[in-house]
Design a protein around this ligand. Structure first.
Ligand SMILES: Cc1cc2nc3c(=O)[nH]c(=O)nc-3n(C[C@H](O)[C@H](O)[C@H](O)COP(=O)(O)OP(=O)(O)OC[C@H]3O[C@@H](n4cnc5c(N)ncnc54)[C@H](O)[C@@H]3O)c2cc1C
Length: 236
């Protein structure tokens, strides 16, 4: 369906959120993704379409996506997206995906997000906050530097347990540092109970957690994964 860009917001030097108004009702569940098609006159070999998680919650007025612009070698798609002005039209595919909250409200959830993989977590946590629904959620959000972290206000002001992890923290940083590994997750007291573990980020990171958490004893059916191809752990 057609959608019109309403505004874009700079979250960090390289990360922007784009807000769209859809021409028809766009019914989605928090955590789902869509495909965006741009009217590119000169696409590169990777074409004019990309998948994006909706960083917005269905409770919000506009649909949004949040993405990075690679400062060194962005694709033709990303360059065009970041140049879009308010009023420009794009095409959105129907929402899809099952990286969504479980129906069972009392299931404990561990969210693991690497870099821009935070987008579905933002959508779900915003939805819970706007609908006043409480769930037992621990969010581990790993990024290289402070400037790569987004949506901190929301995560710090809702009733989730929030553990940000920075690879290169500022000197006054009080949180966890270094790399988030499966060892940290496996050491959580409730992880081998009926907890669901949601993992979202660059493909190599998600694959590593998938393998190691299963080796640690978490059955596959309790791991919910969202892969972001096109990113590596270096450029996330
Ligand atoms: C279900 C799903 C949900 C997703 N959700 C999100 C989301 O919420 N936010 C998000 O940002 N992404 C998301 N993605 C990933 C998204 O679809 C893109 O793959 C990603 O943003 C990279 O975009 P890009 O390919 O335009 O490359 P860029 O972001 O421009 O660049 C990524 C890397 O590719 C390199 N590169 C650029 N052009 C070329 C080229 N021609 N040849 C080789 N390398 C090149 C760049 O140098 C950089 O290292 C999602 C993907 C899926 C499948």
């Amino acid at each position: 369906m057609k959608a019109t860009i309403i505004r874009k917001e700079q979250e960090t030097p390289n990360i922007h959120t784009f807000y769209f108004k859809t021409e028809k009702e766009f019914n989605y569940i928090a955590g789902q993704f869509t495909e965006i098609q741009l009217p590119l006159s000169n696409p590169d070999e990777r074409g004019n379409k990309r998948w994006f998680t909706l960083s917005s919650s269905p409770t919000e007025e506009f649909v949004s996506i949040t993405t990075r612009l690679d400062p060194v070698k962005p694709s033709a798609f990303k360059q065009a997206l970041f140049h879009l002005e308010s009023g420009a039209q794009i095409t959105l595919a129907e929402p899809m995906g099952d990286f969504v909250l479980p129906k069972q409200k009392d299931t404990s959830l561990i969210f693991i997000a690497g870099g821009i993989g935070i987008t579905p977590m933002r959508s779900m946590i915003k939805w819970l906050s706007d609908t006043n629904e409480h769930r037992d959620i621990t969010l581990y959000y790993a990024a290289k530097v402070m400037e790569d972290m987004v949506f901190l206000d929301l995560f710090q002001n809702t009733d989730i347990k929030f553990e940000p992890i920075l690879g290169s923290p500022p000197s006054d940083w009080q949180g966890m540092t270094g790399r988030l590994t499966s060892k940290t997750i496996m050491s959580l007291p409730n992880v081998l109970d009926n907890t669901l573990v949601y993992i979202s980020g660059p493909e190599p990171m998600v694959e590593t957690f998938n393998t190691e958490l299963q080796q640690g004893g978490i059955p596959e059916h309790r791991l919910v994964m969202d892969y972001f191809p096109g990113y590596t752990e270096q450029n996330i």
